[in-house]
Design a protein around this ligand. Structure first.
Ligand SMILES: Nc1nc2c(ncn2[C@@H]2O[C@H](COP(=O)(O)OP(=O)(O)OP(=O)(O)O)[C@@H](O)[C@H]2O)c(=O)[nH]1
Ligand SMILES: [Mg+2]
Length: 211
């Protein structure tokens, strides 16, 4: 069976550290947040299937700006191509970042998350191998408090067997305080979760055309 969503293009558009640098052309935005090294940039590469589109590094703290990627999607039974942005954020909770930098971080990221009119939902990535850290819980609660829709994605699932994966995902839900939360298992390496995430994205892209 053919995929119901096909990414037709993926390219880097612009990086921002302040409002004036956000893209001029407004499109719907899907945003990625999570601790440094959790796999945000890798997930963007896996979704687009464009190798090295977002810079990946084994050293945490690689992404330091708000990076906008322009994507096109062909969605089954929808005549026009849908253009939208994926937005890669710098990771939080990186020890070496230092207090001063962390303050700057939270100021410009929070400003973006609170003022973007085109933000559809935030994908919060959590490493499937570990229980969420205090910074993950803090970020999740902050998003919920500010009424920003959030989809939790458990990353690097290829590193776990099925049983351990289910056990750890249950732990993620408990630690976040929402036992019946939908958590999407993902592996950028194996492409696991990719179609499911594309379908969620397609839903918000065509949402207002269907009523
Ligand atoms: N096995 C495995 N490794 C992964 C996966 N996703 C990312 N990684 C590895 O995890 C490391 C960090 O990946 P990045 O995508 O750079 O992480 P990031 O969240 O963008 O990190 P920052 O930009 O520092 O915030 C790299 O060494 C990746 O190869 C995955 O699905 N499976
Ligand atoms: Mg990154």
């Amino acid at each position: 069976m053919a995929d119901s969503v096909i990414i037709t293009q993926g390219k880097y558009l612009v990086s921002a550290v302040k409002k004036e640098q956000y893209p001029e052309i407004k499109r719907k935005e899907i945003v990625f947040t999570g601790r440094s090294n959790v796999g945000k940039s890798s997930l963007i590469n896996s979704l687009t299937r464009v190798k090295n589109l977002a810079r990946v590094s084994s050293q945490p703290g690689k992404t330091q700006t708000i990076n906008f990627y322009e994507l096109g999607a062909k969605i089954e039974n929808v005549p026009d191509r849908q253009d939208f942005y994926l937005v890669d954020l710098p990771g939080y909770g990186y020890a070496k970042t230092g207090q001063e930098r962390r303050k700057v971080w939270s100021k410009f990221i929070n400003e973006y998350l609170l003022t973007s009119e085109n933000l559809q939902f935030v994908c919060q990535l959590i490493d499937s191998r570990h229980a969420p850290m205090a910074s993950d819980v803090e970020m999740f609660n902050w998003l919920v408090e500010h009424n920003i829709p959030v989809l939790v994605i458990a990353t690097k699932c290829d590193k776990l067997g099925t049983n351990a994966m289910h056990k750890n995902i249950a732990q993620i839900k408990r630690t976040l305080g929402v036992p019946d939360l939908d958590v999407l298992p993902y592996s950028s390496l194996k492409g696991m979760g990719r179609l499911e995430l594309l379908e969620v994205i397609a839903g918000v892209l065509i949402g207002d055309q269907e009523d």
